[in-house]
Design a protein around this ligand. Structure first.
Ligand code: K7E
Ligand code: RUQ
Ligand code: CUA
Length: 622
């Protein structure tokens, strides 16, 4: 049942001129009736008397730039995509856990060694890209992203929009949530999803009671694992409080089950609130067990460290198989969604210090609809929650949910249909203390009939929704096909990111090769070729090596002009190293195939680009 943009008028709230509370109630009442009268709203730029998508200006004409960067995870593609918002144009892809040839990622020695030393996997499952913050605002330094498949965390350097570190986290498998301790991103948390034996070396194979999951804390500059906490049940998504103390993670498998039907059985599972300051004190006091070089603190319910008046981990009962958790911009509440229960649970964070029963931190539980997954914010007191089952985004009032009876629809302001089955959603700067409140993207898992058919593998659909006018209501503005499979995203105003147009050679590990440095060094079966690349030639027209030589080629793109890339591609040796202006990269291989190999440049760099090629001559062994 597909729907056109015009149909979204059905979801508009009439502008009633009522005081705030009454407006909310009126909106909820009308919403419950299913259809709404035509809107006389403010958002009527085309003067047709109705607020609709055509009143929203999301155009970015040729030559103009977008207002926001959106960083979307690529899921099991293993990369991160960069969109401009509101155009929704995909501007760049950043390989992270995947080998990628256009950027030469995993082809040069440095990135290949980074991937090899981080477990030597060829893929990852990237879910949660989180941009670093200072004082609860984006600082443009890094994006952190998890690998759900192999238990890793990676860091993207926003100076160059490239992955510069990956840590393979011990004692865990399937790191799902990824998030920072705020306000200043002084720790990154990897939320361990799968319960496994620790260490997972063949012991306790079929003894699920002995499996454990851990939360991992990573220091962002060094990307070193600094501590872990073991917990009962599992861990899923996570989000940080705003004041340097709390971290929250959901648990959809409180029984520690190993089959789906058992996992879904309990009526409540957990929200776990980690008191990271108390955990750090336990580590300082030596109250840990060292496993695989990491201090592991016991945060299970039975742990002595959890019995006093300052427990390390608070276990809150929330319905049912909870998934998303996100902290409100002002840091007051953590909002949790129970996938199998049509409610969100509102937890008041300050109450953890006040209550004896951890469940008394729950202050609200609005009835939002089928399959709530993730929640975003506009900075005006509203929450926007994706409803996977209902294929909708529901907008609700957070304080109204605190005031209302539990399981009441009163806090609901409106719902908009999305196409189809949304996972995450992201609003502009929603993860900071100051969301912008204009754009929201619903990351829909299924697109079904929204694009030209391309066979059985469909794209996802990232839908842009305007949320800037509360009176007019949410406006669906555009569909955007996405290669599988974005999960979460972060949207950052362009003023907060300032990438370099060319490399600063000081930032690179490999020494710059200038025209005068061009040389071939031969020593004991090792050949080191140092050369330049520039329009339209490499530093050597031909180089001869012997079959079996270990060859290292160091190449600098000595151009200073922005956007003038070259590459060093070597056919049949499986090599393609990209070289941005002022970039130096090194590649090492064994010359095991005698013959002539035309090393060429794969980036179209000038009218004589095709002529930019040199011969690698591999002499056969006697
Ligand atoms: Cu809901 Cu990995 Cu955040 Cu997918 S997770 S949707
Ligand atoms: S050549 S312009 Cu292969 Cu047609 Cu590139
Ligand atoms: Cu250099 Cu093409």
């Amino acid at each position: 049942d597909s729907e056109t943009a015009a149909d979204t008028d059905d979801h508009l709230i009439p502008r009633l001129g009522l005081p705030r509370r009454d407006f909310i109630k009126a909106g909820a009442a009308v919403g419950a009736m299913g259809t709404l009268a035509g809107c006389t709203g403010l958002l009527d730029n085309n003067g047709d008397g109705v607020a609709s998508a055509s009143d929203v200006d999301a155009s970015v004409p040729p030559g103009e730039l977008d207002e926001y960067y959106a960083f979307l995870s690529g899921g099991h593609s293993g990369d991160v995509r960069v969109y401009g918002v509101p155009s929704m144009r995909q501007i760049m892809r950043i390989p992270v856990f995947n080998y990628e040839s256009a950027r030469g990622y995993g082809h040069d020695d440095e990135t290949r060694e980074m991937l090899e030393s981080a477990g030597d996997y060829t893929w990852g499952d990237a879910h949660h890209p989180r941009v670093s913050q200072t004082d609860n605002d984006y600082d443009g330094r890094w994006v952190f992203i998890n690998d759900k498949a192999n238990g890793r965390m990676a860091r993207i350097n926003l100076k160059y929009f490239e992955t510069d570190a990956i840590v393979d986290i011990p004692n865990t498998q399937g790191v799902h949530g990824a998030c920072a301790r705020l306000p200043d991103t002084d720790l990154i948390f990897g939320v361990g999803e799968y319960r496994v034996p620790i260490p997972n070396d063949g012991r306790n194979l079929d003894d699920p009671d002995a499996y454990e999951s851990v939360l991992t804390a990573i220091e962002p500059e060094s990307m070193n694992v600094v501590w872990q906490v073991r917990v009962d049940g599992n861990l899923d998504n996570g989000d940080g409080g705003k004041n340097g103390r709390w971290f929250f993670a959901t648990d959809y498998n409180s029984d520690g089950a190993v089959t789906e039907s058992e996992m879904a059985r309990p009526d409540t599972d957990y929200l776990k609130a980690f008191d990271t300051i108390a955990i750090e004190e336990a580590v300082e006091n030596g109250e840990y067990e060292e496993i695989n070089g990491v201090p592991v603190v016991d945060g299970t319910t039975e742990s002595p460290l959890n019995q006093g008046d300052r427990p390390l981990v608070h276990y809150v009962d929330v319905p049912k198989s909870p998934h998303g958790v996100s902290v409100t911009p002002d840091g007051t509440y953590a909002i949790v969604s129970g996938k199998l229960d049509p409610t969100c649970t509102v937890v008041e964070i300050d109450r953890f210090d006040e209550v004896d029963d951890p469940n008394d931190v729950i202050v609200g539980q609005p009835l939002v609809g089928g399959g709530p997954l993730h929640t975003a914010y506009d900075g005006r007191g509203h929450a926007y929650t994706t409803l996977f089952v209902d294929s909708q985004v529901v907008k609700w009032d957070i304080e109204a949910a605190v005031d209302a009876e539990r399981r009441s629809e009163d806090p609901i302001i409106e719902k908009i249909d999305v196409h189809y089955n949304p996972g995450h959603l992201i609003a502009a700067e929603s993860y900071t203390a100051d969301p912008q409140g204009d754009w929201l993207i619903s990351l829909n898992k299924l697109s079904k009939d929204r694009f030209l058919p391309v066979g059985p593998v469909h794209p996802e659909n990232d839908q842009l929704i305007y949320i800037g006018d509360d009176d007019a209501g949410m406006q669906l503005v555009k569909d955007t096909p996405a290669y599988p499979e974005p999960h979460d995203a972060s949207m950052v105003h362009r003023s907060k990111i300032d990438p370099e147009p060319v490399y600063d050679p000081e930032d690179l590990e490999t020494e710059y090769v200038d025209v005068d440095d061009t040389e071939v060094i031969r020593e004991d079966g090792r050949v080191h070729i140092k050369m330049t690349s520039q329009r339209n030639e490499f530093g050597f027209h031909d180089v001869t090596v012997q079959e079996g030589d270990e060859v290292t080629i160091t190449t600098t793109n000595i151009e200073t002009t922005s956007d003038l890339l070259h590459s060093l591609a070597i056919p049949q040796y499986d090599i393609n190293v990209k070289l941005a202006p002022q970039e130096t990269r090194e590649v090492t291989f064994t010359a095991d195939k005698p013959g002539v190999y035309w090393m060429y440049c794969a980036y179209f760099c000038s009218a004589l680009h095709l002529e930019m090629r040199s011969r690698l001559l591999v002499e056969p062994e006697e």
